[in-house]
Ligand binder design. Structure first.
Ligand SMILES: Cc1cc2nc3c(=O)[nH]c(=O)nc-3n(C[C@H](O)[C@H](O)[C@H](O)COP(=O)(O)OP(=O)(O)OC[C@H]3O[C@@H](n4cnc5c(N)ncnc54)[C@H](O)[C@@H]3O)c2cc1C
Length: 411
């Protein structure tokens, strides 16, 4: 039984099915409608830099003062966030950052290879492109300020090319003069439609006999050592093994399975410009404002930034206006005149642990319960190996990589 039909649950279910397991994939909504719906779609094997870096906290006041900056906080949520923020601060210590980056590198490095069999089975190869990815900067200061993160990437074996302005203009002719510096990561890729990617995996699962149920999981039944059934708003399902992949909503269910994890959410937004006048050929991260720009089937998607405010607060669509304003600076003429009918806006919930690492592995209390959540900013890239690891654990095999950094007990 896999709880949660986002990209992580779908990949876990797909690897379990490839391992000849009978799978029930259960989600209270349609597959792919959580965080996996609206992300930037970038398979960023270079996303190994934890959010909490040495110096990150010092930048927070400046970010918060800038209404178009990369970070916002809902102040009413702050008291609930304090324990998470304290762990976040501790995770930014240099030695911990090195260890977290190494663990992320192992999870993300061969993402394309781990996706390959799933995409082939699902006939979804056309949804994935391997054109590399740009980091864009609007000043020399921003470019220099990113040197530490780039050094961490290089030391972990990631190829990075510094691009001359002229080369950048040849590659991306629509970029404006506001972009002064760029770096290129040749090994990254992207999907042109994250929702369709999850849907394709789900359709393939169903075609091969998996059941997909639209129910909300409420709790578990056990014999003290093993989970015997899952309780939902519509009944109960006997289960021989349970995988919790409910993204940002996993915390209360993990507590029922014996682990208190400091999972919270980094809310993020997207705005899609349909049929944009200007576009990019490859996806890019605009580092100054911390969002991605991805050419997708549905239009040019600007997706990212972080808002700390929990799962309940309503959306603040001004965050999407800010991305749009930046987008217009980077791609002058992006939207010739403001026409709301050509825009579509979305708020999503990244499942985020304070050390930027997911939780992957067995529950502390039940022998047949496993975790696969907390992929923060890199779930699209980290999902396939997570799924493979889950299928290996359930089969009693040695996992392909060291999963100790991802243990639920690390907190
Ligand atoms: C703005 C933004 C941009 C991003 N850009 C990128 C990017 O470019 N590249 C990248 O790799 N990552 C990116 N991410 C992160 C990525 O989207 C997430 O890490 C990933 O989608 C998490 O997948 P998931 O399957 O764990 O969670 P989700 O997709 O949220 O799926 C969890 C599912 O669990 C279900 N669920 C929850 N509770 C229950 C319950 N009790 N019972 C039944 N079902 C339940 C939900 O309905 C949901 O469908 C971005 C995120 C955001 C917000």
């Amino acid at each position: 039984m896999v709880i949660g039909a986002g990209i992580v649950g779908a990949c876990s279910a797909a690897y379990l099915q490839r391992d000849a397991r009978e799978v029930l994939l259960i989600d209270h909504g349609e597959p792919g409608m959580g965080a996996s719906f609206g992300n930037g779609g970038i398979f960023s094997a270079s996303s190994i830099v934890p959010v909490a870096m040495p110096g990150t906290l010092a930048k927070v006041p400046r970010w918060l003062l800038d209404p178009e900056g990369p970070l916002a906080i809902r102040w009413s949520y702050l008291p609930r966030l304090v324990p998470w923020l304290l762990r976040f601060a501790a995770a930014s210590a240099p030695a911990r950052v090195e260890a977290q980056a190494r663990a992320l590198r192992a999870l993300l490095k061969d993402s394309a290879a781990h996706y390959a069999p799933l995409l082939r089975d699902a006939g979804a190869e056309a949804l994935v492109r391997k054109q590399g990815m740009l980091y864009l900067y609007a000043s020399e200061a921003a470019w220099r300020g990113d040197a530490r993160a780039m050094d961490l990437r290089r030391r972990n074996g990631i190829l990075i090319e510094d691009l001359e302005r002229r080369t950048l203009a040849e590659r991306e002719p629509d970029l404006g003069a506001a972009v002064t510096h760029a770096r290129f990561i040749p090994d990254n890729g992207f999907t042109t439609n994250p929702l369709r990617l999850v849907q394709s995996l789900a359709q393939q699962l169903a075609a091969r006999g998996a059941r997909i149920a639209q129910e909300r999981v409420l709790g578990f039944e056990s014999n003290g050592q093993r989970i015997t059934a899952v309780r939902t708003d519509r009944g109960r399902h006997p289960a021989s093994a349970v995988v919790l992949a409910a993204g940002a909503w996993s915390k209360p269910l993990a507590a029922q399975l014996g682990d208190r994890v400091p999972l919270d959410t980094e809310r993020g937004y997207h705005v899609i410009v349909k049929a944009p006048e200007k576009t990019l050929r490859a996806p890019a991260i605009f580092v100054d404002a911390s969002f991605g720009i991805t050419p997708m089937e549905t239009g040019l998607r600007l997706a990212g930034t972080v808002e700390l405010g929990g799962l309940e607060a309503p959306a603040n669509w001004a965050r999407t206006d800010a991305m749009l304003n930046h987008g217009r600076r980077i791609l002058p003429g992006l939207l010739a005149r403001h026409d709301e009918s050509r825009l579509s806006r979305w708020l999503g919930f990244r499942p985020s642990l304070p050390d930027s690492l997911p939780v992957i592995g067995p529950s502390s209390r039940y022998r047949n319960a496993y975790y696969a959540f907390g992929h923060g900013h890199m779930g699209m890239c980290g999902a396939p190996l997570t799924g493979k690891l889950i299928s290996e654990l359930i089969a009693g095999k040695n996992p392909s990589i060291d999963i100790s950094p991802f243990s639920a007990r690390r907190f």
